[in-house]
Each structure stands twice: as structure tokens, then as C-alpha cells.
Write a protein that binds this ligand. Structure first.
Ligand SMILES: C[S@@+](CC[C@H](N)C(=O)[O-])C[C@H]1O[C@@H](n2cnc3c(N)ncnc32)[C@H](O)[C@@H]1O
Length: 244
């Protein structure tokens, strides 16, 4: 094995969480059919995994949206991030919770977890696992962060993911969803985004019609707050679990 490969393997082993080898996880059909090129291909991963690309995809709003999501979590808290994100989102979140806290990152695609593990090798308080967010069964988290995942999954997955994430909070814990939202009627990007969704992102436009709270079976058990950004095209929806 070449030396560089050996060093990489050693780093990967050091950064690997104690129970990375979860039972085999099935890649959902929608991911294989609609997003294979973006998330299951190493070539495209290399192209897309840059802050500049993420910024362009979000029309220059990536930093602002990441900052507002991350600011919701307290230093020292135990946070679950429900899918990998291209660019430096997880590293920022890891710095926010700090060494006194814990960050768990899950993703259903092994390629994405391997990539994220490389990016987070300097943060020993981060744990990464291959898990389908719609089947995640953890509990007791102070916070859960769902950054631009819901628009990429079909409606039944949206419901299951929202329910699973809310159920994983401790009493008083907080779930933060940042995603697309219905832009105002006069928004100049509205027709462009509609075209993009219809061509490339078939599950996204539902978020123009439905509040994220409406996907929760037990919505009344949480206090909901929504803010929109960039003419309504993006939202941050926060759900706080009742109780202490
Ligand atoms: C967070 S979303 C999109 C984020 C954003 N477009 C970006 O810049 O990366 C993309 C990730 O969601 C993951 N994903 C899709 N469905 C999932 C599921 N059911 N559970 C966990 N991860 C999932 C994909 O594998 C991919 O890594």
C-alpha cells in the first residue's frame, strides 16, 4: 500500500467512531434515481464539495443560512446533524458545539460519511454513522439540525424524518430545519426555481405548499417558529420540545 494511502487509512481509523459498522443500510430509491449523480458519485462529489459551489447553489445565501442554523445550538450541547452537507457546514457546527459538546453526523450514503469523516478528522468530538434519517432511533439530543434534506425526499420520507427527529429530542430540546420555502409571488427567481425543481428536484416544490410543522404527527407537542429569508425562498423552522 503506498505511504499516502497508509497515512489516510490511519487517519480514517483514528477518526472512526466506536460503532461505525452499523447493520447494512439500504440506499433509498429516490436517492438512487434522482440524486445518484450528486451524492453517490465520487467524481461529482469532488466537483460539488466546495463552499463556493454551495454558495452558488443557494444564490449567495449559504453563509447566512448556515450561520442562522448553527447559532441555534449551544456550545457544549449534544447535537445530531441528519445528513452530510457539501462545503464546511459540519466543521462549523463542530466548532460551535465545541470539545465540551458532541456532534453526531448521520447520512444514508457511505460515500458521504467517508468524505465527511475526512473533513472532520480534526474534531474528535464528532461521531459519524451511516444511518437513514427516517429510521434513526437515537434519543436525548439537545438539538437536531436538518439542513436542506427535506426538499430532497418524497413526502412519506419527509413525514418519517420529521417524526423521527422530533422524537429524538430530550424534553426542551430543539430541532432546526433549514430548507426551501415558497418565495413571494414577485420574486424574480421564482420561475427559475420552479423550473429547477421540476427538472431536477421533484420533491422540493412541496415545501412551497406545506409548512414543515404539517409533516409532524405530534406537532402540538412542540413550539414552532418560522423565519424566512431572501424573499421567502428559504426558511428556518425551529421546533422546541415541550417540557424540561
Ligand atoms: C443534506 S442533503 C443536501 C444538502 C445540500 N444540497 C448540500 O450542499 O450538500 C444531501 C445529503 O442527504 C443525504 N440523504 C438523503 N436522504 C437521506 C436519508 N433518508 N437519511 C440520511 N441522509 C440522507 C444524501 O446522501 C446527501 O449526502
Amino acid at each position: 500500500m503506498p505511504q499516502a494511502k497508509l497515512i489516510e487509512s490511519a487517519q480514517t481509523a483514528r477518526a472512526a467512531p466506536p460503532c461505525a459498522a452499523d447493520s447494512p443500510v439500504k440506499i433509498p430509491g429516490y436517492l438512487q434515481e434522482t440524486y445518484r449523480w450528486a451524492y453517490l458519485s465520487e467524481g461529482w462529489r469532488r466537483v460539488l464539495d466546495r463552499p463556493s459551489v454551495v454558495s452558488a447553489i443557494l444564490w449567495g445565501n449559504a453563509n447566512r443560512l448556515m450561520d442562522t442554523a448553527i447559532a441555534e445550538f449551544e456550545p457544549g450541547s449534544h447535537v445530531l446533524q441528519t445528513a452530510c452537507v457539501y462545503g464546511d457546514f459540519s466543521a462549523r457546527l463542530a466548532r460551535r458545539v465545541g470539545a465540551a459538546g458532541r456532534l453526531e453526523v448521520i447520512d444514508v450514503a457511505p460515500l458521504q460519511i467517508d468524505n465527511c469523516r475526512r473533513k472532520l478528522a480534526d474534531y474528535p468530538h464528532v461521531r459519524l454513522r451511516v444511518v437513514d434519517a427516517s429510521r434513526h432511533d437515537g434519543a436525548g439530543y439537545d438539538g437536531v439540525c436538518c439542513f436542506f434534506l427535506l426538499h430532497e425526499v418524497p413526502e412519506d420520507y419527509k413525514r418519517r424524518i420529521v417524526d423521527r427527529l422530533l422524537a429524538s429530542l430530550r424534553p426542551g430540546g430543539k430541532a432546526v430545519f433549514v430548507d426551501y420555502h415558497r418565495p413571494r409571488n414577485s420574486h424574480p427567481l421564482r420561475p427559475i426555481m420552479r423550473l429547477v425543481f421540476r427538472r431536477l428536484e421533484p420533491y422540493a416544490e412541496a415545501l412551497w405548499r406545506h409548512d414543515i410543522a404539517s409533516y409532524a404527527t405530534r406537532a402540538a407537542d412542540y413550539a414552532w417558529h418560522k423565519e424566512t429569508y431572501f424573499g421567502g425562498l428559504y426558511q428556518k423552522t425551529v421546533a422546541v420540545s415541550s417540557g424540561q
